[in-house]
Design a protein around this ligand. Structure first.
Ligand code: MSP
Length: 568
């Protein structure tokens, strides 16, 4: 089948002539020309566990993209939160001897605190126990039902509470789920979602929008799962109580689903149907006219994008678009699945007792003499730089020290320290005109090309490579200052050239600080503060010659910004 290339999946549906999408996308085309709206979400985290490095990692990755898009001039909405329903949470609360909501309040507060400690720039924090979410999840259910995709039956099969997922018999390995989770055989009355009706529609979607799942390699996994055939999904249970109740009103006898038996216990929505809906609950759904919903679900650019760990890709790339199509709602732009961290080579698990606590890592970094802001930036930089986003990675303190000392302390730090202090001491803190300085033209050309190269990598979530571009340029700057040796030029009395070399370095640092701002918000700001860059010019679009530091521009007294991590 020949398929034209579409910019996003909703444009594709528009071309298919679906009326709802058609009108929505006419808006999209007009609005996108005028506004740049960007919506990014992290998964909402289960409250049965305290926050660990995995949660911090996903949230930081979202934060970096949110900051980058803001620096690109987008109106950004970044959502995170907690997933508080389901058997797993109910069990944890019972084990603690407290009511589920009280238990959720306690753990959710820890996740919220983590967002503050990590200085995440999230605009909202949603909890699935909030009224705004329950209304939204119930509305989605009603639409699935009204459109004929829900029926009543009996579920019989394997269920893993830890994963809150169903498994077929052929997926069970040595009596356990493929993830290693304990499973139990369940047989109970349940409502089902006709997922099987979406196999072709999903395959058409993946074909029309090959970047719906990123990075590219991950699409194959999704494709083979969907091509393997989709079973209808059990979306309610009445064997436990902690969750969003299935709305009764619509479960009428006129359709396949009979009215709920008054004597039976109420059905609770499957936690994944409940949880996935959070992404639109937080935008005001079911009020589809709400400003946030219009702006960030219907009229966005390069988004909505859901960033998730590879462990939950199936839920986001298969179930979620199927639910949305069934409810006749617009689809997200893409789902980005990243890899998992191991601890010094070992899988992170509570039972092994090797869970990495991000707060402990920040404390450890502070033991080298870093303040809160620097420790945080160093930690974030390592996580984003060390491992290609999408691959699994190993967390090792030794690697962290090597990486940070090489790239931040020795490379950028050294460049800043040497050049800025010489400008301050030797030229009354003033930049000189360097436009006519031919010897630096190649280096500056490289610097001004950085914007495009860096942004291209950022657009692919290739954080490690995006940083790599910046580090590559910083190395060129260091090479230049070493070759020109302004300290010798000074001795030789070549003061004009000395000042030109140093000013070019300051300009290089301006570009470096702008590109690294999404990763190192605190430390980049320190460079920008010394360079006295106007806040309104702290944007990606100023990484060019037009915004270059001008002759006579004065810098502030430099202070060391990137301390070395000295192992005693
Ligand atoms: N509540 C569901 C998500 C619902 S979204 C609608 C859930 N929660 S979770 O608490 O288990 O968080 C899972 C997410 O945490 C993963 O998808 C991943 O983003 C992150 N990580 C958890 N452990 C991780 C690692 N060891 N390494 C990297 N990230 C991991 O699933």
């Amino acid at each position: 089948m020949w398929l034209p290339v579409f910019n996003n999946v909703n444009d594709y549906w528009q071309a298919q002539g679906l009326p709802l999408f058609y009108t929505k996308n006419l808006n999209r085309q007009v609005f996108n020309k005028m506004t740049k709206n960007f919506y990014i979400t992290s998964p909402i985290y289960y409250v049965n566990d305290v926050p660990h490095i995995g949660h911090a990692y996903t949230s930081i990755a979202c934060d970096v993209m949110a900051r980058f898009r803001r620096l690109e001039g987008y109106d950004v909405r970044f959502l995170t939160g907690t997933d508080e329903h389901g058997q797993k949470v109910e069990k944890s609360a019972i084990a603690k001897g407290i009511a589920p909501l009280e238990f959720c309040d306690q753990v959710s507060a820890k996740f919220r605190q983590l967002t503050q400690i990590l200085q995440l720039s999230n605009d909202d924090f949603i909890r699935t126990t909030e009224a705004r979410h329950k209304i939204s999840a119930q509305e989605v259910w009603k639409r699935l039902e009204a459109n004929g995709y829900v029926y009543k039956g009996v579920y019989e099969g394997w269920y893993a509470v830890r994963d809150e997922a169903f498994y077929s018999a052929d997926e069970i390995v040595d009596g356990k789920a493929p993830t290693g989770a304990e499973v139990s055989w369940e047989k109970q009355e349940s409502y089902f979602f006709k997922l099987s009706a979406f196999q072709d529609k999903l395959l058409t979607l993946y074909e029309a929008a090959p970047d719906f799942v990123q990075p590219a390699g991950k699409m194959n996994e999704v494709l083979s799962f969907v091509k393997g055939g989709l079973n209808d999904l059990s979306i309610s249970r009445n064997s436990f109580a902690w969750g969003v109740e299935v709305p009764k009103a619509l479960l009428g006898a006129t359709r396949e689903s009979p009215v709920q038996d008054a004597s039976s216990k109420p059905h609770i929505m499957y936690v994944w149907l409940d949880a996935l809906t959070n992404y639109i609950s937080a935008l005001g759904f079911p009020d589809e006219k709400s400003e946030l919903y219009q702006k960030f679900w219907c009229n966005t650019d390069k988004s909505p994008v859901h960033v998730v760990g590879k462990d939950i890709l199936r839920f986001h790339a298969v179930y979620w678009p199927a639910f949305l199509m069934a409810a006749n709602l617009p689809l997200p732009h893409s789902v980005y699945a990243h890899g998992c961290w191991t601890n010094e080579g070992q899988k992170i698990s509570k039972s092994v007792g090797n869970v990495i606590d991000p707060l402990a890592e920040l404390e450890w970094l502070k033991s080298f003499g870093l303040d809160d802001d620097a420790a945080l930036d160093y930690f974030k930089y390592f996580l984003m730089r060390e491992v290609p986003f999408g691959n699994d990675g190993d967390y090792s303190r030794a690697h962290l020290i090597t990486r940070l000392n090489a790239e931040l302390a020795n490379n950028i730090g050294n460049l800043a320290q040497r050049s800025l202090s010489m400008i301050y001491k030797n030229n009354n803190a003033k930049i000189v005109d360097f436009k006519g300085y031919k010897e630096a033209s190649e280096l500056l050309k490289n610097g001004y090309e950085l914007q495009e190269k860096f942004s291209a990598k950022m657009n692919q979530f290739a954080y490690d490579l995006a940083i790599g571009e910046v580090i590559g340029f910083a190395s060129l700057c260091n090479q230049f200052i070493n070759e020109k040796a302004p300290w010798n030029l000074k001795k030789e009395g070549k003061i004009e050239e000395m000042n030109q070399v140093l000013s070019v370095m300051a300009e290089g640092l301006r570009l470096i600080s702008l590109a690294l701002a999404p990763f190192l918000p605190n430390l980049s700001k320190k460079i920008q503060n010394i360079l006295q860059i106007d806040e309104k010019n702290v944007i990606i679009a100023s990484m060019n010659e037009e915004f270059a530091l001008k002759a006579g521009h004065e810098i502030k007294e430099p202070k060391a910004i990137f301390p070395r991590l000295e192992v005693k």
